[in-house]
Design a protein around this ligand. Structure first.
Ligand SMILES: Nc1ncnc2c1ncn2[C@@H]1O[C@H](COP(=O)(O)OP(=O)(O)OP(=O)(O)O)[C@@H](O)[C@H]1O
Ligand SMILES: [Mg+2]
Length: 475
């Protein structure tokens, strides 16, 4: 992934290098011309001053190689009218008397010299200066001019890094807002935080989010309306089927009606689950959480399912070490427990055992529903919460929505929900963890058995179904 800051630096770096080279080159040529002009002038003045002097040859201050090569001191040579060298400030230099007057460049060995020759009737005066010294002077000046630009590279990197921090932070705020979105809550991204270059993008994303929101709402409305509209004809069909059933005597027709009844029952279940899912996902705020005694709710749920357990000869047991108060939406918590119980009872073969326990696990209030049915292959466990997911070849009827509804309810009420196969592979355990629940040990430590619950069931259980189905209560 490319970082904007790094990208900017990558662009700035060659820019600075080119700028440094341009500055150094321009300085080299401009300063070189200036130095030549200025020093040539000095050479000329120097020679002129000695040419103007009358009398015998003057005593010249002797120079060293260091003065000449490193410091650029000017050498003076004087010849008399007979072209005899009478004075020189650096005798080591074998610089011949130039025949033409004026400036010339002379190479002696490795070194080059700028020479000015001045001839008068009495004498010839030559002044010379190392061209190497001049080049060195110009070069170092050019480098000095380019240096500040090179220094700008790290300084710009630091300024860029810290200067872009607020802009990067604002982008992070937008990404955090985007990460918080899900299909149930699609709110607009904060456009006021966006740098103006990014604002059109954020506005476009907000428009897209609004369209998605409308599309999701339309889809939910459609499912809810369709499921709702289907309930009345299905109920009417069930009633009519009951009437028809009463009049059928022929065994073949009775078998066909039985199949029709089973199909109708499946349809009812699907419509009911669809309606429940659509309601759960409705943007309408759910009822506020209320304090619920888990022990009581579990007992009622088990009582509701006792007829199904009896019909399937399943030993449905309940044991509670503690009682606990949870704060949750009552309907959603009931739906969660009912869906898990419904699965345990329907997927466990007749004669099986389903145990419900309420206890504390590593300090957290936990409800477990353990069955001794076939379990779920571990590689499919992560997919069972998907809508319409059913295990291939499952003989038990179902719509594949129960666990999706349960997971939704658990998430909305911050209840941990996990399914795992028993260690010995002898069934499935559905575990609900109530992190925020407050547990109390029950006063009389009652452990409900299937027998006591069965009695309770008969006395207390109201019909929880939204419309009459043959077997399990509304989940
Ligand atoms: N206790 C269980 N033991 C074995 N398999 C299970 C158990 N619970 C769920 N499953 C598998 O997971 C699948 C998904 O379950 P889910 O409750 O979502 O849908 P369903 O039971 O098929 O339909 P419904 O919407 O009527 O509940 C089931 O079809 C079943 O194959
Ligand atoms: Mg189910």
């Amino acid at each position: 992934m490319t970082s904007l800051r790094k990208q900017l630096m990558v662009w700035l770096l060659p820019l600075y290098v080119v700028a440094a080279i341009v500055v150094a080159t321009v300085t080299y040529y401009m300063y070189g011309n200036m130095v030549s002009f200025f020093m040539d002038n000095q050479l000329r003045l120097f020679a002129d001053s000695h040419a103007a002097a009358s009398g015998s040859a003057p005593a010249l201050r002797p120079l060293t190689e260091h003065n000449v090569v490193e410091k650029g001191d000017m050498i003076v040579q004087i010849w008399d009218r007979n072209h005899r060298l009478v004075a020189t400030s650096w005798p080591e230099l074998d610089l011949k008397r130039q025949t033409s007057q004026g400036f010339s460049d002379v190479t002696i060995g490795q070194l080059r010299w700028r020479v000015y020759t001045m001839q008068s009737p009495d004498r010839t005066v030559q002044s010379a200066q190392s061209l190497g010294f001049r080049r060195h002077l110009v070069k170092s000046q050019a480098l000095q001019a380019g240096l500040p630009v090179v220094l700008m590279i790290p300084i710009s990197a630091i300024i860029l890094w810290f200067g872009m921090r607020p802009a990067v932070r604002r982008l992070e705020l937008i990404s955090e807002a985007a990460a918080r979105q899900d299909e149930h809550r699609l709110s607009e991204l904060p456009v006021e935080h966006a740098p103006c270059e990014i604002q059109p993008l954020v506005l476009a994303v907000n428009t897209l989010l609004a369209r998605l929101r409308n599309a999701f709402a339309a889809q939910r409305r459609f499912v809810q309306d369709a499921a709702h509209e289907l309930r009345t004809p299905i109920t009417a069909m069930s009633l009519q089927l009951e009437n028809v059933k009463a009049r059928i005597v022929d065994p073949a027709s009775a078998e066909q009606v039985k199949q029709l009844e089973a199909g109708l029952s499946r349809t009812k279940r699907l419509v009911e689950q669809l309606l429940r899912l659509a309601r759960q996902e409705s943007p309408r705020p759910a009822d506020p959480p209320v304090a619920i005694q888990l022990d009581g709710m579990l007992k009622f749920a088990i009582a509701d399912f006792m007829p199904l357990a009896d019909r399937r000869s399943i030993d449905l047991g309940y044991a509670a070490d503690i009682d606990a108060t949870v704060h949750a939406n009552e309907d959603e918590l009931r739906s969660l427990i009912h869906n898990l119980l419904d699965n345990a009872l329907r997927y466990t073969p007749p004669g099986g055992i389903v145990d419900v326990t309420l206890h504390r696990d590593t300090g957290v209030v936990t409800v477990e529903i353990a069955d001794n049915g076939p379990g779920i292959p571990s590689e499919l466990l992560p997919r069972v919460f998907d809508r319409f997911f059913r295990l291939e070849g499952a003989e038990t009827e179902g719509s594949g929505l129960g666990l999706a509804i349960a997971k939704n309810a658990a998430d909305r009420n911050r209840i941990g929900l996990e399914l795992s196969n028993r260690a010995d592979g002898s069934g499935l355990i559905a575990r609900m963890r109530f992190e925020t629940a407050t547990a109390v040990a029950p006063a009389a430590a009652p452990t409900a058995t299937s027998a006591t619950l069965a009695t309770e069931s008969a006395e207390t259980a109201a019909d929880p179904q939204e419309f009459a189905t043959e077997s399990p209560p509304s989940v």
